[in-house]
Design a protein around this ligand. Sequence first.
Ligand code: UDX
Length: 475
Amino acid sequence: MDKETLPPHVLIFPLPLQGPVNSTVKLAELLCLSGLHVTFLVTDHIRTQLLKYSNIQSRFNSYPGFHLESIPDGLPELHPRSVDGLMELFESLKTNRTLLKDLLTSGKLSSESRRPVTCIIADGFMGYTCDVANEIGIPIIYIRTISACCLWVFFCLPKLIESGELPFAEHELDTQIKSIPGMEGFFRHRDLPLFCRSGNLEDPNLMLYLHEGTENPRAHGLILNTFDELEGPIVSQIRSFCPNLYTIGPLHSHLKFKLAGESSSSSLPSSNSLWKEDKSCIPWLDSQPPKSVIYVSFGSLAVMKKEQYIELWHGLVNSGCPFLWVVRSNSVLNGSIEIPPELSKGTEERGCIVEWAPQEEVLAHGAVGGFLTHSGWNATLESVVEGVPMICWPYFLDQQVNSRFVGEVWKLGLDMKDTCDRVIVEKMVRELMEDRRDEFRKSADQMATLANQCLMKGGSSYCNLDRLVNDIKAM
Ligand code: UDX
C-alpha cells in the first residue's frame, strides 16, 4: 500500500505516573476511534504494571492502529518510583532523550501498514521531547494533564517572583495574591503549589517548574484535559502564552461518549490501573442507601503520617456516615497502621477499606454522595462528571490550587486545606453530607450537566477534539 494513503501516525508519550497515564490512554483511544494510528510510548516500568493490572491490551486489540511501546526510565529496577523519588525520576527521564530519538529514527515504529510517526504528543513537562522532535523534523503537540488553573500559576511564577510575592513567610499564608491575572480577590499564598512554601527561590522544585513553564509555548499546540465551561476564564489567560489550545476534557468521559456511539468498538470498561483493583467494594456499595456514602481516596502518590491517618479515621467514624476508604499499602509514612481499638466497632458497622478501588465506577455508583479527595486533577474531573460534591485535603503539586477552585470558584464542596484533625473532618463530612447537602448537590449537578454537554455534537470539547484530529491529519 502507498504509505501516503495510510492514516497519520501519532506517538503519545505521557509522564510515567498513574494520573497522566490514565488520561493519555483515553486520548489514545479517542484518536484510534478517529481513525488515526497511535503508538503509546511508556517507560518499561509502567508497561509492566499496565500489562499486569489494566485491560489496555485487550481493549486495544479492537484497534488495529494501536501499538504499545516502551523505553527505560533510567532508574534501577528496584527503585520505588514513589513520591520521594519524583525529582530523581524527572531528572532520569531526561537521559532517555537519545533513546527517544533512536526509536523515532530507527524505522522500528513503521511497517508496510504503518507510516512513520507524523506527530508527537508528549507531556509538556518533558521539554526535551520538543528538542528531539525539532531535531528530526516531526511536529509536536504538548499535553498537560493538570488543571488549567494550576498551569496558569506555573506560567505566572516569574511574575510572582518579580512582584515579591514569592518567596513568602509562614505568617503570610492567608495573604491574597495580586500578580496572577484572573485570580485576584480569592487566591492566597496558601493556595499556591506546596513547593512555593519553601521560602527559598533556589528550591529545586520551584526551579524545575519555572523552567518547564517556559517550554510549553514552543510546541505546535497544547492539549488540556479540561473543558471551557469549567475553566474558560483561566484558559483564555493561558492563550496569551500558548495561542493554539485544545481543551478536550474531561477525557475519561469524552471517551465514554464516543464509545456509546460506536457499536463496533470494545465493550470492556476502560481500566488503566497500575495497581490491582479490589472490586469487593462494589457489592458493599450496593448494600448502602442512595447518596449516603463518603468515598475517601488520595490518589496514587500521597503519603500520610500515622497521626494524620488516625485523625482522619476518628473523624470519619465520628461523622456517623458510611465510608469507603482507599488505603494504599505504600501510603503510610514509615510503615503500616493498625485499627485503633475504639474505632473497630464504628469501622465494622459503617466502613469498607480497600487497597485500590475502581474509582470511576465507585464515583458513578448511586450510593456515593461525597468524595473526600486529595484534589488530584483526574480525581477532581471524575467527581465533577458524576456530580459528586467534594471535601478537599490537598497533598502537593496542583492539588492546593485545585482545592481552592473547588471550594471558592466552582462551589463544588469544601476546602479543608492544611488542617486534618478529627473534629474538623467530622464537621466537614456532616456539612457536606447533611447540613449543606442540597446546596452542594445543586451546584455539582449543574456542573455535571455542563461537563456532559461539552462532549455532545457542537459542544466545546467535541469541537476541539475534531479540530485536533483535523490538524494532525493536515500535518
Ligand atoms: C498526580 C498528581 O497527584 C495530581 O495532582 C495530578 O493532577 C496528576 O498526577 P494522582 O495523585 O495519582 O496524580 O491523582 P489523580 O490525578 O487523581 O489520578 C489518580 C488516578 O488513579 C485517577 O484517575 C483515579 O481514578 C485512579 N484511582 C485512584 C483508581 O483507579 N483507584 C483508586 O483507588 C485511586
